[in-house]
Design a protein. Structure first.
Length: 174
């Protein structure tokens, strides 16, 4: 499973957690390298870098939340209140979305070949976030001003869940 990044947004639209595993899909790196090689061959190497400028984590989070907000609203206007937004796919990545009953929003960017990750996002919420963050007596209930989730157990659990997923995670719906 190739996961690029993961975000949690609270009910106040603040990004309270973000984690990146890969900066860009491999195909984007290959395309960028090919463009640079072709351009430098044409102009004897005096071509500026044509790769897109990397955004900061904060900018990425704002763009992800804005996309989710807009797509959720569009889906509900077109399909009614019972319809829900689950994911979308571009040529470079797929965004998976899960919203909890308390309006926490979980978003994960993966490779385009990955199937539905709703169950995985649910398990991250139920087995990691609730266990390590919500049940932690010293963890804040609200995260004002973007103060995020700073919990080593949650971070380590997420890392091992994403990097070394076992087969029973995907089979268990709850």
């Amino acid at each position: 499973m190739s996961v690029y990044s993961f975000y949690i947004f609270d009910r106040h639209t603040e990004c309270i957690y973000s984690k990146r595993w890969n900066q860009r899909p491999a195909s984007a790196n290959v395309k960028s390298t090919q463009r640079r090689s072709a351009a430098s061959a044409l102009s004897n190497g005096d071509v500026p870098d044509v790769s897109p400028k990397a955004l900061s984590n904060e900018d990425d989070a704002k763009l992800i939340f804005g996309s989710i907000f807009s797509l959720r609203r569009m889906v509900r206007q077109l399909g009614g209140e019972d319809d829900s937004f689950l994911s979308y796919r571009t040529g470079e990545y797929k965004l998976h979305y899960f919203e909890t009953p308390t309006n926490l929003k979980f978003a994960m960017l993966t490779d385009t070949r990955i199937g539905n990750m709703r169950t995985v996002l649910y398990q991250i919420w139920a087995n990691l976030y609730v266990e390590y963050v919500v049940k932690n007596p010293i963890s804040p209930v609200e995260h004002p001003g973007g103060v995020g989730v700073a919990n080593e157990l949650f971070d380590g659990g997420l890392e091992s869940f994403i990097v070394c997923p076992s087969t029973d995670h995907a089979d268990d719906p709850h």
